[in-house]
Ligand binder design. Structure first.
Ligand code: E4P
Length: 216
């Protein structure tokens, strides 16, 4: 399973790329708002830092507007993937952009039926939002499992990009189901490295190393 960073912070993306473990980025209007900078400028910088897919979200509500925004995004860099919402207009835009060779990430997906429509519209990525489902008392990961089954039944090639990830358990569950990608906030990426026994083990080895007689 690939790991993407769910952030618009150039600093976090640089650190992710340096780790050698992050292969893509997802952004959205909220993440861009947090950075307090122009979306196009931020995207240009992000695409210069990472070679893998960078998702950029459209904000129009009609297909014509989404297609127009998507084409403009696609001119920023080759690795841009255009995000459209799971709506009737979004699926029209997905089909039109895909026909033009522009990759599309269908976002705000909360059911396997929505994911089926995204795949039938030619989406490159589908983004089920697990955290937001958990927030309303549903089990977000159940939807990911259903999407995996539906896509397997019909050999859809749309990649399952697990989004709205809030903790390492979400990452583990996504990997157990066999999702293609999990997009994670930088804080969750850092948590994946951590284990108290690893820290304790390093401390003990270093303490013991100090007691090893050394040649002068
Ligand atoms: C993914 O593409 C979205 O940007 C993101 O994962 C949403 O996460 P949130 O529900 O934590 O805002």
């Amino acid at each position: 399973m690939e790991l993407f960073l769910d952030t618009a912070s150039a600093q976090e993306i640089k650190k992710g790329v340096e780790s050698g473990l992050i292969t893509g980025v997802t952004t959205n209007p909220t993440l861009i708002m947090k950075e307090g900078r122009d979306y196009n400028e931020a995207l240009k910088e992000i695409c210069s830092i990472i070679k893998g897919p960078v998702s950029a979200e459209t904000v129009s509500l009609d297909a014509d507007g989404m297609v127009k925004e998507g084409i403009a995004f696609s001119k920023i860099a080759k690795n841009i993937v255009v995000k459209v919402p799971m709506t009737v207009e979004g699926m029209k835009a997905c089909q039109r952009l895909t026909k033009q060779g522009i990759k599309v990430n269908v976002t705000l997906v909360f059911s396997a039926n929505q994911a089926l429509l995204a795949a039938k519209s030619g989406a490159y990525f589908v983004s089920p939002f697990v955290g937001r489902l958990d927030d309303i008392g549903k089990i977000g990961m159940d939807v990911v499992r259903e999407i995996k089954q539906v896509y397997g039944n019909y050999k859809f090639t749309t990649k399952i990009l697990v989004a709205s990830v809030r903790n390492p358990i979400h990452v583990l569950d996504a990997a157990k189901i066999g999702a293609d990608i999990a997009t994670v906030p930088y804080s969750v990426f850092e948590q994946l490295f951590k284990h108290t026994l690893t820290d304790a083990g390093i401390k003990k080895f270093l303490e013991d190393w100090e007691k090893v007689p050394k040649r002068k």
